[in-house]
Design a protein around this ligand. Structure first.
Ligand SMILES: [Fe+2]
Length: 183
């Protein structure tokens, strides 16, 4: 499946624009991580783009969230690796991520929320002027954007990245699609 088909499916299944933006941000970070690590960029990007496609369909049922998403991705022709990464990203299933792509999705997913929150408290609400050092400060403030799991973000070490490097890659990736993110 190609990116256009994935986007069309997202448009069919997701109404919340912020959720769409979250998936676009995750796509950008996953793509940047794949590039940095010499992995398959389109595959990693697709896993990021589709990972929350079932959030509205599952309506808060964490026992089905990501299982349905993995099935939808598979039905659309995504690879087993992409489907597996989507499945594993909901830790409620207790399925440990084994591939590097699945491990990357675990840490990329919450980073989008932390960075977005760090942008929105800026007077200009623009990502362009946000520096990685500010993101790191926000990372250490446990009460700031508390929903962005620091434990998950810190698992960037599972894919061989130090936290600072990971925050920097994520920030630059999101800056690269700032207009699409409205940031
Ligand atoms: Fe997500």
């Amino acid at each position: 499946m190609n990116r256009q088909e994935a986007l069309e499916s997202i448009r069919e299944n997701v109404e919340n624009e912020n959720l769409v933006k979250h998936m676009l941000a995750t796509e950008a970070i996953m793509c940047a991580l794949a590039r940095h690590l010499g992995e398959d960029e389109p595959e990693w990007a697709l896993a990021g783009l589709l990972h929350d496609i079932d959030v509205e369909l599952t309506a808060g049922d964490m026992s089905s969230h990501s299982k349905l998403g993995a099935d939808l991705a598979r039905d659309m022709g995504a690879s087993e690796g992409v489907a597996n990464a989507i499945l594993c990203h909901n830790e409620a299933h207790g399925i440990l991520p084994e591939t590097t792509m699945a491990k990357a999705l675990i840490c990329a997913d919450p980073l989008t929320g932390l960075i977005t929150a760090a942008v929105l408290v800026r007077p200009d609400k623009k990502i362009a002027g946000l520096e990685a050092s500010s993101v790191r400060k926000r990372f250490k403030e446990k009460s700031f954007a508390a929903g962005a799991s620091r434990e998950q973000i810190a698992r960037c070490t599972d894919i061989g990245l130090e936290l600072d490097e990971f925050l920097n890659i994520g920030l630059e990736a999101m800056k690269g699609i700032a207009p699409q993110l409205g940031l």
